[in-house]
Design a binder for this molecule. Structure first.
Ligand SMILES: Nc1ncnc2c1ncn2[C@@H]1O[C@H](COP(=O)(O)OP(=O)(O)O)[C@@H](O)[C@H]1O
Ligand SMILES: [Mg+2]
Ligand SMILES: [Zn+2]
Length: 593
């Protein structure tokens, strides 16, 4: 491609609203343009990167025996009603009506449609199968963000496996795991595979592929000692039990009067109510005279689980992992209750809630509260709290669950070494679905005994645009993008200095033809811009190699070869340049293959 003819609308300045580096640079370097919130046009340079990522994805999918499809984005409501997700998915799904008033959806994902086709698999002899497509998905994300990282319409490689039994599913899952590792490593990014929640996909097991980055929105906990890694939506950890007043008291000698014992957080015969004017939060009560540090408090939160209020208890120093609450209860829609719902459930406002004496409301408690005593909590009466609460004695807990978010420094659940917590971008996600969709939609096969059984399914996704943005996050510098050769829009840019001179033009054109003849993706910067502008643009768009062709070098029969990542330069003989550069590029292109 000749730059003079290319549409590469680079901008001098960063877009005002962009925080994430990938967002800023992909816009500035002319790869993408925003249409509306969470909706981007991909421009030619962006398409070249997406095509290269898609090509790697196709190669690796084909290598595990997957077959490519293309399914519609427009789906009949009826199919989603049969799987139960028409109701379950809620506002994330774009819904519309056709001219005959039939309900339709824009595909959030394609389990339903692929499973409907899998109904044509009749015999165990036709299994296993792996099917995939690269197709648009539509999700009405509540907070579209950071350029291509979180959008409402995006291209996804999604694949689906169909097996006769759980062992077969394990194998298909493992094949995908390895294919994903290869795909991301060929894209030039390091990923961490983490245990994840399966969310509204259902199923038993899921693994996400994460790229460490501050631009991400997923936090993971990982253990440097044993390799345990999990999304905070799923991660568990060991925490020290809140030291209860009882344990402390037993080591002390003389019994203390009740009032004093309560103030010290020790066991009382019954919870004691005390006035806490102005106390509305855990921090308030920690500062209040007669209050207690956060880890000695019981945090009580009211959540609506598919519309039904439930009381959720955690230790005051812990945060709720909302996804764990959804996973543990099977609720499809989980949200904090409104003020009115809270008052209706407990008769008090959010600053004074507790579970002591609560009846007729489901009480779900985090396991770290098990056995805690000498605790502080709200009295369900505005402006009052209780102290001396013994969880076992005073609170009727319906279910003990793992609900708290793991924190850095807490013990790894596998080996007890301290966990690290960091921010990441989820680029891929693989799920074991089991038979949920095949049963709902009737995808049955006949086994060797001619018995009809549901197909065992898995589902596997990679966002193409998000992968491009994740590579950009992982690989850029102050001057712009720095693409790994495997996914770069062009592998080499030839920067012609003063291209109006016949000598320069001839040499640059000759080099351009020679590199293309050797299969190198080459961009020829033949624009009549100042050299500084051309160098800056080449850096900004992030082409891995630049060859500078100018009068000074040509006088000595040479050109300058520069590596974008390191900025190392060396002179090459003009005539040897095509072979030397092509060899280096082709080797590097396949390095990660
Ligand atoms: N809103 C989005 N914008 C861009 N890419 C997305 C978005 N949601 C998901 N993806 C991509 O699709 C892959 C599969 O998504 P999936 O796990 O089904 O959705 P989610 O992570 O939102 O539950 C993700 O790993 C990611 O690469
Ligand atoms: Mg996911
Ligand atoms: Zn560990």
């Amino acid at each position: 491609m000749r730059w003079s003819q290319a549409f590469i609308p680079t901008l001098r300045d960063d877009p005002a609203d962009a925080e994430a580096a990938s967002h800023r640079l992909l816009v500035r370097a002319g790869y993408i343009r925003q249409l509306m919130a969470g909706s981007y046009s991909i421009l030619p340079l962006g398409m070249r990167v997406c095509h290269k990522i898609s090509r790697l994805v196709r190669e690796e999918m084909d290598a595990i025996g997957a077959q490519e499809f293309l399914l519609p984005c427009l789906h009949p409501a009826e199919l989603w009603q049969r799987s139960g997700r028409w109701e379950r998915i809620g506002e994330e799904m774009f819904r519309l009506r056709d001219r005959r008033q039939a309900d339709l959806a824009l595909g959030v994902t394609h389990e339903e449609v692929f499973t409907a086709i899998a109904c044509e698999l009749r015999s165990y002899r036709q299994l296993p199968q792996i099917w995939y497509q690269i197709q648009s998905k539509f999700r009405d994300e509540p907070r579209p963000k950071s350029g291509l990282l979180r959008v409402r319409e995006f291209s996804m490689k999604d694949s689906y496996s169909f097996d006769v039994d759980p062992q077969g599913l394990d194998l298909s899952f493992q094949k995908h795991f390895e294919a994903y590792r290869r795909i991301f490593s060929r894209c030039g990014v390091d990923t961490i595979a983490v245990e994840a929640s399966s969310g509204n996909m259902g199923g038993s097991e899921s693994i996400e592929f994460m790229v460490p980055s501050d631009a991400g929105e997923d936090w993971i906990a990982s253990c440097g000692a044993c390799g345990y890694a999990a999304n905070l939506e799923k991660a568990t950890s060991g925490v020290e039990k809140a030291t209860s007043g009882v344990e402390k008291a037993t080591s002390g000698a003389a019994p203390v009067p009740e009032e004093k014992a309560a103030a010290a957080g020790e066991a009382l015969g019954a919870p004691q109510e005390f006035a806490t004017p102005g106390v509305r939060s855990i921090e308030d009560l920690a500062r209040f005279a007669g209050g207690a540090p956060a880890e000695r408090q019981i945090k009580a939160l009211v959540y609506a689980l598919d519309g039904a209020a439930a009381l959720v208890l955690l230790r005051g120093d812990q945060e709720l992992a909302v996804q764990k609450l959804a996973d543990a209860t099977g609720a499809g829609q989980v949200r904090p209750a409104s003020d009115a719902e809270i008052r209706a459930a407990l008769g008090a406002s959010a600053g004074s809630l507790g579970a002591v004496g609560v009846r007729g409301l489901r009480v779900l408690a985090d396991r770290s509260l098990e056995g805690a005593s000498g605790m502080w909590t709200g009295a369900n009466r505005d402006g009052f709290h209780l102290r001396g609460v013994d969880v076992a004695r005073d609170i009727r807990v319906d279910a003990w669950l793992d609900l708290r978010q793991a924190k850095a420094g807490e013990a790894c659940p596998a080996c007890e070494a301290p966990l690290a917590v960091r921010k990441t971008i989820e680029v891929g996600h693989i799920f074991k679905l089991g038979t949920r969709y095949s049963e709902a939609l009737g995808a049955l096969f006949l086994d060797e005994e001619q018995k009809a059984r549901p197909i065992w399914m898995g589902s596997y996704g990679i966002g193409i645009g998000r992968a491009m943005a994740a590579v950009a996050e992982a690989s850029h510098d102050d001057a712009g993008l720095v693409w790994p050769t495997s996914v770069a829009p062009f592998e080499v840019v030839i920067t012609a200095i003063d291209p109006k001179r016949a000598e320069t033009a001839d040499a640059a054109n000759g080099l351009y033809d020679a590199l293309r003849a050797r299969g190198v993706d080459t961009l020829l910067d033949d624009r009549s811009e100042r050299p500084g502008v051309k160098f800056n643009d080449a850096d900004l768009i992030g082409i891995p190699y630049r060859i500078t062709v100018g009068p000074k070098g040509l006088a000595e029969g040479r050109v300058e070869w520069t590596r974008r990542r390191t900025r190392e330069s060396r002179n090459l003989d003009l005539h040897k340049a095509p072979d030397v550069v092509a060899e280096a590029v082709i080797e590097e292109r396949s390095l990660t293959a």
